[in-house]
Design a protein around this ligand. Structure first.
Ligand code: ZN
Length: 132
């Protein structure tokens, strides 16, 4: 029975991990798929400081996809700060989903082991070999 108890404990641990992960992802209520970058530019006016390396900017550009099409928006500093949070949240969610898949796969693996151990235990009780 020791093996079954150990598996049971490991399943419970994964379930707790899975639950915490899902709660964390559910808390990300706003997110934006895309990326944010700062752009600096030269204006081309003769004698402008940008010609000497002091480029204009930063201009914040938010790149998103809408219905499969790339879209760009220029944002001010405040908009950029808000957009960064949303873009980061989207990345966090995506990474969380990968982690969730890993935990779920581990759970299925453990449950299969559990089933094998349970069949072995039942087999011992009636005096037959486990057919797994
Ligand atoms: Zn300039």
């Amino acid at each position: 029975m020791a093996r079954i108890d150990d598996l049971r404990r490991r399943v419970q641990e994964r379930l707790a991990e899975q639950r915490a992960l899902v709660e964390r992802l559910l808390a990300l209520r706003e997110q934006l798929p895309g990326s944010l970058f700062a752009r600096f530019s030269e204006c081309g006016k003769e004698g402008c400081v940008c010609q000497e390396g002091h480029k204009h900017g930063p201009y914040y550009v938010l790149s998103t996809r809408r219905a499969g099409k790339a879209a760009f928006a220029y944002l001010d500093e405040r908009g950029a700060a808000a957009a960064k949070e949303l873009v980061d949240a989207h990345r966090e969610f995506r990474e969380g989903l990968k982690e969730l898949k890993k935990v779920n796969d581990e759970l299925v693996g453990l449950m299969k082991e559990y089933q094998a151990a349970a069949a072995e235990s039942a087999g011992r009780r009636v005096g037959v070999a486990a057919a797994v």
